[in-house]
Design a protein around this ligand. Structure first.
Ligand SMILES: [Zn+2]
Length: 310
């Protein structure tokens, strides 16, 4: 069984949320990945240095490789993580060693962000990528025990690491990020970071800190970044964000103050936008070329949802 939402739900419009792999987490034995690799129909996603290896056939992109294909690309099977099972058998993700310049013509190693922005994969495969990329990234940076410094080994198909020196078990982490659209009457608050594409404005966002509720993180970040006070906060949707292993938690924040005082060390612009102006940004008809993040971004989902409710 899987826990993904039905197609009609709004979540499916957000990239990285469509994972349909049954994780079978209650059946993860210590050697689950090794066992799955012995299944002749096992399929692997191959990841290297923030890029996903894709087969290109007639302009379409496919993310899965058989064991033999993965072996030819120098997959590191010992570091493979088990994502779970589909009707077609087990699905794993593994790092591989073949340099991207040495790939055959029908294979391309493409960075995760471009895979999503260029729409190279369907929602289901993007969701699997979010799972595999986050897990592999966590393993790469947790080779040693944070308690005693001993070397750790992978267990439970990649959902645990074990330190033989001190017996401590380590579990994959997910870093929560609050992303919020502050609204007041018929206006919403958007900002832009210096690294955004020209003309793009988006929701404010920030990591949730230890001991903090989602609601208080929304209030703190909105005040720190924009000087705006927030009252009621309502959860809207979430998005796995494999850069490297975050979960974006999207909220609507009801502002109770108006004067914007942006933190210029983080934002180069931040102001209120009317619903009409945001509508033109979404439609690509803004007179100054201002725009929102692309389809699939949770910020776009929050902004588009608010405009549509007006
Ligand atoms: Zn240890």
């Amino acid at each position: 069984m899987n826990f993904a939402p039905p197609e009609a739900q709004a979540e499916t419009q957000i990239a990285f949320t469509g994972n349909l792999i049954d994780p079978q987490s209650e059946h993860r034995t210590d050697d689950a990945a090794g066992k799955a690799l012995k299944d002749p129909v096992a399929r692997l996603m191959l990841v290297r240095e923030g890029r996903l290896c894709l087969k290109v056939e007639d302009g379409a992109f496919a993310p899965y490789f058989s064991m033999a294909e993965a072996d030819a690309l120098e997959a590191r099977f010992g570091d493979a993580v088990l994502l779970g099972r589909t009707a077609h058998g087990p699905v794993l993700a593994a790092p591989y060693d073949r340099e991207k310049e040495a790939l055959p013509d029908n294979l391309k190693a493409i960075d995760f962000r471009s895979v999503y922005i260029q729409g190279l994969l369907g929602g289901e495969d993007l969701g699997a990528l979010a799972q595999g990329a986050a897990l592999l990234s966590w393993h790469e940076s947790h080779r040693f025990c944070g308690r005693c410094g001993g070397e750790t080994v992978m267990r439970a198909g990649g959902y645990r690491r074990f330190c033989a020196a001190c017996g401590r078990e380590h579990f994959p982490r997910t870093d929560p990020v609050a992303i919020m659209l502050a609204v007041k009457g018929d206006e919403c608050l958007l900002g832009r970071s210096p690294h955004f594409a020209p003309g793009m404005y988006s929701c404010l966002a920030g990591f949730i800190e230890p001991g903090e509720t989602i609601e208080n993180a929304v209030r703190r970040e909105t005040f720190e970044e924009a000087g705006i006070r927030v009252g009621r906060v309502t959860y809207q949707a979430s998005q796995p964000w494999p850069f490297p292993y975050s979960l974006m938690i999207g909220c609507i924040a009801e502002a109770v103050s108006e004067k914007v005082d942006p933190d210029l060390s983080e934002l180069e612009g931040c102001r209120w936008f009317s619903r009409e102006e945001v509508h033109r940004m979404l439609a690509g008809t803004h007179e100054a070329g201002l725009m929102t993040p692309p389809k699939g971004a949770i910020a776009r989902h929050l902004i588009g949802g608010w405009v549509g409710r007006g």
